[in-house]
Design a protein around this ligand. Structure first.
Ligand SMILES: Nc1ncnc2c1ncn2[C@@H]1O[C@H](COP(=O)(O)OP(=O)(O)O)[C@@H](O)[C@H]1O
Ligand SMILES: [Mg+2]
Length: 265
């Protein structure tokens, strides 16, 4: 059997100022999973994602990427890509050049890089704006460019931290549908952070409900991977049922966080 994409065993994070960001967390992500972290603000979602991206070092526990250390990720030809809430595009560069950036950094030759950038932009429905500049695009389009820049490297693991949090609901729903298509049809493995319950219900194959103070995983909720994530699903009783069950778990998690805080006060 092949190793999971990610495995975290008792991962903890205490910041230098003594703040306990995460108390022991166990998490396994398999190829093709769409795992969502959801929970109240300050419960450690971003901390967990940064630990996985190796932007933070854990204070305890063991973490493996494809069965090895972080240092072996590149050597094994594995790639991770990170998408943040802010699209962080270079304003002075064309959309094509923005998307090509990771390939330019890897010294991929110009014509191959251009072809791959165009293909990535076409996957997010933006094949027609390659020569535009970021300021000419809407917020939703900029986010699509940011996703294309992540896809251009063909990541084996995509990490997304509240990518659609700043967008209006209609744009967010369209982007969620595109994400579902990319992830379920193209077989991407994704770890996604949101505090929008309906987004978690729509996209995920597994939802990790987190609680705060200290950040931890409160409950785990599986969603049938074979469900087609489309407009019909969004309007279905099944979706309403999943959303309701997630709402109850989230309510539990936030109540527990509040009790812990009162006990400390
Ligand atoms: N660099 C840091 N130094 C000290 N405390 C931090 C740091 N980063 C995050 N924290 C704290 O850790 C907790 C979890 O933060 P974070 O992961 O950003 O939460 P979330 O993304 O779920 O809103 C919060 O209490 C936050 O204030
Ligand atoms: Mg965060």
């Amino acid at each position: 059997m092949s190793s999971p994409v990610l495995s975290l065993a008792s991962i903890e994070k205490v910041f230098p100022n003594g703040v306990r960001g995460l108390s022991p967390v166990d998490l396994t992500v398999e190829k093709g999973d769409f795992v969502t972290l959801i929970g109240p603000s300050g419960c450690g979602k971003s901390t967990l994602l940064k630990l996985i991206a190796n932007l933070h070092t854990p204070s305890g526990g063991k973490m493996n990427w494809w069965g090895g250390n972080f240092g072996d990720v590149g050597r094994k030809g594995r790639r991770m890509a990170f998408v943040f809430q802010d699209a962080t595009l270079m304003p002075w560069a064309t959309i094509a050049k923005n998307v090509r950036l990771p390939l330019d950094l890897e010294k991929v030759d110009r014509s191959t890089a251009d072809k791959r950038a165009l293909a990535a932009l076409e996957r997010v429905g933006l094949g027609h704006v390659t020569e535009h500049y970021p300021a000419q695009l809407s917020g939703g389009m900029k986010m699509r460019v940011s996703i294309a820049r992540a896809l251009v490297t063909e990541p084996d693991l995509l990490l997304m931290d509240e990518p659609f949090g700043a967008l209006d609901e209609f744009t967010r729903n369209r982007l969620d549908e595109e994400m579902a298509r990319l992830c379920y049809e193209d077989g991407l493995t994704t770890l996604f952070v949101t505090h929008a319950l309906h987004e978690a219900a729509f996209l995920s194959s597994r939802v990790m409900v987190m609680a705060a103070r200290p950040g931890r995983i409160h409950a785990e909720y599986e969603i049938d991977q074979s469900i087609l994530r489309n407009e019909e699903f969004r309007l279905s009783d099944q979706f309403a049922g999943i959303s309701r069950e997630l709402a109850i778990l989230l309510e539990d998690a936030s109540r527990e966080s509040m009790i812990q805080q009162e006990m400390r006060a």
